[in-house]
Design a protein around this ligand. Structure first.
Ligand SMILES: C[S@@+](CC[C@H](N)C(=O)[O-])C[C@H]1O[C@@H](n2cnc3c(N)ncnc32)[C@H](O)[C@@H]1O
Length: 237
């Protein structure tokens, strides 16, 4: 069993300037699907074949996985696909902010590392600042897809997204969890979970018209829900 990378360690906190779409894809004007925590990237590789009308970017904090994924991409000459090494919480915000309007159309976070203990909550990939950066970049109707096999992981993610007020679920989607994966290719972790007959908890969100909330208010509201044992946050303020 591999060890998780600690995204809070000093090395992973160094910001990287990620290349613009012009340096990643043969046609940078295609809409982008961004997969955060793509690991070895096999799912995205298949999606890039099935959806040549999109560009696909996988970001991953474990550099050796990115190297292998990118080697495959070069060998297959899949020019609507790219993988980048980075800590999504440190380096994605600036990259997304620099994109042309409505270039980013789908963000997925699939089976993120299970930092479910409260004391490890800052290691989780979906932090308020990353969610707000995603919400600031996606135009109304564009999508954010989340899935996990661990309820204690997905529930705080869902709580955070809902607290932001920036996303709605399609009216026809079953609650609390979507019945199926809206993407046509399962991830590696998803295949493993399916083979074991375990559940996968899935939520699809669409950006709505609401403006972004105040980042500090969102953080405080989220901590209240996710970390009720934290005495540092009084009930009213
Ligand atoms: C459990 S794996 C799931 C991989 C893949 N999405 C799947 O479903 O098979 C979670 C991945 O997220 C990566 N990851 C965790 N924190 C990250 C961060 N802050 N930035 C980028 N990647 C991260 C991990 O290294 C790991 O490869």
């Amino acid at each position: 069993m591999r060890q998780h990378v600690n995204p809070l360690s000093r090395f992973f906190q160094l910001p990287l300037e990620l290349p613009a779409p012009e340096l990643l894809f043969d046609d940078p004007c295609r809409p982008i699907h961004l997969d955060i925590g793509c690991a070895r990237g096999l799912c995205l590789q298949e999606l890039a074949t099935l959806r040549p009308d999109r560009n696909h970017l996988g970001v991953e904090i474990r550099r050796p996985l990115v190297r292998s994924a990118q080697r495959d991409r070069d060998r297959l000459e899949r020019l609507n696909l790219h993988y980048l090494f980075c800590n999504a919480n440190v380096s994605l915000e600036g990259w997304m902010a620099a994109l042309p309007q409505d270039r980013l159309q789908l963000v997925s976070i699939q089976f993120p590392d299970p930092w479910f203990k409260r004391r490890h909550r800052k290691r989780r990939v979906l932090q308020p600042s990353l969610l707000l950066a995603i919400a600031a970049t996606l135009q109304p109707g564009r999508e954010l897809f989340l899935q996990s096999d661990v309820l204690a992981v997905i529930e705080p993610m869902v709580a955070l997204v809902e607290l932001s007020g920036c996303f709605d679920r399609p009216a026809e989607d079953v609650r609390p969890w979507r019945a199926d994966n809206p993407l046509p290719v399962p991830t590696e972790r998803e295949r493993y979970v399916q083979e074991l007959g375990l559940p996968a908890y899935r939520v699809l969100y669409q950006r709505n018209q609401q403006p972004l909330p105040d980042p500090e208010d969102l953080e405080i509201a989220w901590q209240r829900i996710d970390n009720p044992a934290n005495d540092a946050i009084p009930p009213d303020g």
